[in-house]
Design a protein around this ligand. Structure first.
Ligand SMILES: [Zn+2]
Ligand SMILES: [Zn+2]
Length: 202
């Protein structure tokens, strides 16, 4: 779980996540204005500090290949898995194909993990105990979680009463768009095209 936000212990500057969730698009075609649920896979992410953008963002959490092999093996024998998918939140018939899709993806993935503000690799994960992360403008400040975890989610699901704001990337972590509205009946999402330049637009 991501902390709600981070803040600097020195200057009290607060850092918020613009986006908290992302997914991979594993469909073969280029992404159109609508995408099927079946082609979207939740991206494992961790909170990180981008040294190029000077802020926090989610970054891809890409474990070694053997973790994906182990997950696929466990899924096939009905054992619970937590990474790259959380089997306890899924129906059993979707666990094996999703674990297989992630394994196939991991075998093909070439780039190292990217942070999703700019797509760069000049970042540091924040969910580690050591070393403390120093705020560059401050003499003594360190950046740490400023609030407890977000409580349970009570709405009917993202994208139904308000836009979901979930980033969509291709298999190499290139940003393709933003999931906005969900069409539950058709099992599709509306998607707005988006590129890594989003951080400059503010
Ligand atoms: Zn500071
Ligand atoms: Zn960045």
């Amino acid at each position: 779980m991501l902390p709600r936000s981070y803040s600097c212990t020195g200057c009290k500057e607060e850092f918020n996540f613009k986006f908290r969730e992302a997914c991979y698009y594993f469909g073969g075609d280029s992404l159109g204005g609508s995408v099927r649920d079946a082609d979207l896979f939740n991206m494992p992410v961790r909170p990180a500090w981008c040294k190029d953008c000077g802020g926090i963002c989610i970054a891809e959490d890409i474990a070694p290949l053997r973790a994906f092999e182990a997950a696929y093996g466990a899924a096939r024998t009905g054992k619970p898995i937590e990474y790259p998918i959380a089997s306890e939140c899924m129906t059993p018939d979707t666990v094996i194909p999703e674990a297989e899709a992630f394994l196939r993806w991991r075998m093909q993935r070439r780039r190292s993990a990217r942070i999703l503000c700019c797509g760069g690799v000049n970042f540091q994960f924040l969910d580690v105990a050591q070393p403390l992360f120093r705020h560059v403008e401050c003499d003594f400040g360190v950046i740490e979680p400023s609030a407890s975890h977000i409580g349970p989610y009570n709405s009917p699901g993202p994208g139904e009463y308000s836009p979901a704001d979930i980033l969509v990337c291709d298999g190499e972590g290139e940003l393709l768009g933003l999931l906005t509205w969900r069409q539950r009946d058709q099992r599709t999402w509306s998607v707005a095209p988006m590129q890594y330049a989003w951080i400059d637009e503010e």
